[in-house]
Design a protein around this ligand. Structure first.
Ligand code: COA
Length: 167
């Protein structure tokens, strides 16, 4: 599995993957290809080098779309946002989303951001469990969405503590 930054030449592949990944979860997604394409263009416009794909050989099997310039009204500061994350159905439960999220957290830290947030569908248990496993905590609900946050400096601190206690 290789992670690689995606450019706009991947938009058609991303639309295809996005639509099939959200089959059965349409209440949380765009289900018309042209809406999905507009949405993916918006994601590139938000952070053109924040679109990371996961490849199995040459096949795009997952991607994450992050935003290193997101102003959170709830937190009243700029933080790292995860706007989108999808993994192809045939490739799930193999740790691909985990790798993509960890790469996103690394990029946020490299850019000096100290926290991250995202909105997940309240009934999207796979996503919520994944994010909880990676240290995110659920905050308030807004309609059918729940906001999840994670403190990035805590991860670094934990790393430092481990380093300092190592023999
Ligand atoms: C959510 C999604 C990205 C997870 O991708 P994935 O590559 O299968 O996730 P991982 O393999 O990294 O899973 C890591 C952990 O998350 C949890 N998890 C993932 N999918 C789960 C599921 N269907 N049910 C319960 N827990 C799940 C598990 O704890 C899992 O660890 P385990 O496999 O050791 O038990 C994928 O299901 C998806 O594309 N869903 C549709 C799009 C979507 O909902 N995106 C999220 C937007 S907020």
């Amino acid at each position: 599995m290789i992670l690689k930054e995606l450019d706009k030449s991947y938009i058609r592949d991303m639309v295809r993957l996005y639509l099939s990944a959200y089959e059965g979860l349409e209440e949380y997604s765009y289900d018309h290809p042209s809406d999905a394409e507009d949405y993916i263009n918006w994601l590139f416009a938000r952070d053109s080098d924040g679109i990371i794909g996961a490849f199995d050989n040459k096949e795009l099997v997952g991607f994450i779309c992050i935003d290193k310039h997101w102003y959170s009204k709830r937190e009243r500061k700029t933080l790292g946002a995860i706007h989108e994350l999808v993994v192809a159905k045939a490739y799930r439960r193999k740790g691909i989303a985990t790798k993509l999220v960890n790469r996103a957290l690394e990029l946020f830290r490299e850019n000096g951001l100290d926290s991250t947030e995202l909105w997940a569908g309240v009934n999207n248990l796979a996503a919520i469990k994944l994010y909880e496993k990676l240290g995110f905590e659920a905050r308030e609900r807004y309609g059918k969405w729940v906001r999840m946050v994670s403190n990035l400096s805590f991860g670094e601190l934990r790393g430092e503590l481990l380093k300092n206690t190592a023999p």
